[in-house]
Write a protein that binds this ligand. Structure first.
Ligand code: PLP
Length: 457
């Protein structure tokens, strides 16, 4: 029933997006939809009711269902092709369900709204999160969890607070999440880098860095890497943890897209040293709602009070309303249900993007080949003006990101990052075709010589 139900919702939304159904148009009858989707009329009625609740269609008594005239594709770049936005796909966000949770949370946690709540985060949410994290092979207890206002805050606090090893430098992969690069730059934190490609990192270099550079922690995105889409193997993760142990370096593991890993045997680094060497950071922005501003961090007990003090100095406490709503959402099983559709959709979109890149991009352009996640990076010939390329595409309503801000040093690599999270699946092929045309055009204008292009490895 559920897949047919979802199928009808998706179909109607798609028809509207593709303008096959316009404002004021009548939807096919319940009988026709039931025939088309091979389901009961009851399922169709439920789906139409859901669309009505979402204000996408409305019912005219004794006539049928019609498209509401102000319905819009809910992407930030509504009419374009959005490879830029990195928030979750709004078409599958369970607003209605979540509304119930918010309402319940207001009821349930009204006391906390009149006062400042627990600095470490609501204990009842931490209990729920401990249960949830088990599925990700993170076995811990509520006392070791701190709820933060997004994982960005966790990264900010960790970068600025002292660590038990008394060391000063932070090591990052290159490229890496730009939010982390910004924290390090803006706070003038001494930072070292290690190159990451789809083949992984150079372990000899990692060991040398760990041995000789007073490294406080190594910030690592273990899967669905932002921006490459890289995943470490379990053996590599074990090796990193063993080296961290050997040289007294902490690991900050940013597992922001753990849920999208199709490899069910993949462990987080945390699983190889759960006693505190690996600090585990889990955001709820990507698979759920960024506006909620909720993440959790699993710390060694000896770091809790210092972490909480640093966090307290920035915001006192994370919104109890957001915390309460997430707790109810997790407890009710709605989150688990939501995750299934999320996973399926993103894996499908990434497959389509890879297909389009292989088909249309010229062979002197290299791109990463993620198995899942939101991001894929395209490396461009060195003479291409990336800003200009982005501008020209923007004019055509195709949006993507310059990956240069994901590097610590400037102009390291000419690269663009594509995100599949909010792009409409049906527009991916066309978007990549356009991108390829612009790249080829720019190369031809420069009389591109393939032999002069240094390939990326
Ligand atoms: C790798 C990574 N870590 C952390 C964050 C921050 O997420 P939030 O603060 O919304 O939890 C992001 C956001 O894009 C990200 O890509």
């Amino acid at each position: 029933m559920t897949t047919k139900f979802r199928g009808i919702l998706e179909w109607v939304k798609q028809q509207i997006e593709e303008e096959k159904l316009k404002a004021g148009d009548k939807l096919p009858s319940i009988r026709l939809l039931a025939e088309q989707f091979q389901c009961s009329k009851n399922t169709v009625v439920k789906a139409l009711f859901e669309l009505e609740k979402q204000h996408i269609v409305y019912a005219k008594p004794k006539s049928g269902y019609y498209v509401v005239d102000d319905y819009q594709t809910p992407s930030t770049h509504e009419n374009g092709i959005d490879f830029l936005s990195a928030g979750p796909d709004q078409r599958i966000m369970p607003y209605e369900d979540f509304q119930h949770c918010i309402n319940q949370a207001i009821d349930h946690y009204k006391e906390q709204l009149f006062t400042y709540s627990e600095h470490q985060g609501l204990f009842s949410l931490r209990v729920e999160l401990v249960r949830y994290l088990r599925q990700l092979q993170v076995f811990t207890k509520p006392e070791r969890l701190v709820i933060t206002s997004g994982s960005q805050q966790a990264l900010h606090v960790l970068s600025n607070m002292p660590f038990p090893n008394g060391k000063k430098n932070i090591l990052i992969e290159q490229p890496t999440y730009f939010g982390m690069v910004d924290i390090l730059k803006l706070n003038h934190i001494p930072t070292l880098e290690i190159e990451l490609s789809m083949e992984g990192i150079d372990f000899e270099r990692l060991e040398n860095l760990f041995r000789a550079n007073d490294i406080k922690f190594f910030y690592i995105i273990p899967r669905c890497h932002n921006p490459l889409g890289h995943h470490y193997t379990n053996d590599e993760k074990k090796k990193i943890v063993a080296l961290a142990e050997k040289y007294d370096v902490y690991i900050v593991e940013d597992d922001y897209l753990a849920e999208l890993d199709p490899n069910t045997k993949a462990d987080p680094l945390f699983a190889y040293e759960p006693n505190g060497r690996v600090i585990y950071v889990k955001s709820f922005s990507k698979v759920f709602l960024p506006g909620l501003r909720i993440a959790t961090v699993v710390l060694p007990e000896k770091m809790i009070s210092s972490f909480v003090r640093y966090k307290f100095s920035t915001d006192f406490n994370t919104s109890p309303l957001s915390q309460g709503a997430l707790e109810i959402y997790l407890k009710s099983g709605m989150f688990q249900y939501h995750l299934e559709s999320v996973k399926e959709l993103y894996i499908k979109k990434m497959k389509t993007l890879l297909e389009a890149c292989s088909l249309y991009l010229p062979n002197y352009v290299q791109f990463t080949k993620p198995i899942s996640g939101f991001y894929l990076t395209i490396f461009l010939p060195s003479h291409i003006d990336v800003e200009k390329l982005i501008y020209l595409l923007h004019e055509k309503h195709i949006y993507l990101d310059n990956a240069s801000r994901m590097y610590l040093a400037e102009n390291k690599q000419k690269a663009i990052r594509l995100s599949i999270s909010q792009v409409n699946e049906n527009k991916i092929h066309f978007g990549i075709q356009q991108l390829a045309t612009f790249i080829i055009d720019m190369c031809e204008k420069k009389k591109y010589n393939p032999l002069s292009f240094k390939s990326y490895h």
